[in-house]
Design a protein. Structure first.
Length: 137
């Protein structure tokens, strides 16, 4: 799949993320840069940054268990995969639905081009710019 083909599908997933976020579903990301990246992509809802410390992470997840559903958008690398599984497992044990499908879809679409959430805005911008027709005078 070319970057241009991936972009259309990525935009659909981003719309899904925006809709869920707007409807009150909070999002878990790894760090501040990831949160800023989602803001650049017009995600308006609550974004929470998780700590690497497992004990602190458990406390963090317990606080989020007041929500019915929580979206997990960790990076697409091995550490991000492990963190996503950890969060999903513990949220589910706290009777909170862990939404991981948008992350899984993004990972499948961008794995050749982007390794983390913070890289998404630049990728989207770059591909959009490459699609603009060149105007000659």
């Amino acid at each position: 799949m070319t970057p241009e083909e991936a972009l259309e599908e990525i935009e659909k997933v981003l719309d899904e993320i925006r809709d869920l976020s707007q409807s009150g579903v909070p999002i878990i990301v790894e760090g501040e840069k990831d949160a800023k990246a989602l803001r650049k992509l017009n995600v308006k809802g609550d974004i929470h940054k998780i700590s690497e410390d497992k004990r602190t992470a458990l406390n963090f997840l317990e606080k989020l268990s007041t929500y019915k559903r929580v979206m997990i958008l960790t990076d697409f690398d091995r550490a991000g995969n492990e963190l996503a599984r950890f969060c999903a497992k513990h949220l589910e044990s706290l009777n909170t639905e862990a939404i991981v499908e948008p992350r899984d879809k993004l990972k499948a679409l961008v794995r050749k081009f982007v390794k983390d959430i913070e890289g998404l805005p630049k990728f989207v911008r770059t591909v959009h710019a490459s699609q603009r027709p060149v105007t000659r005078r």
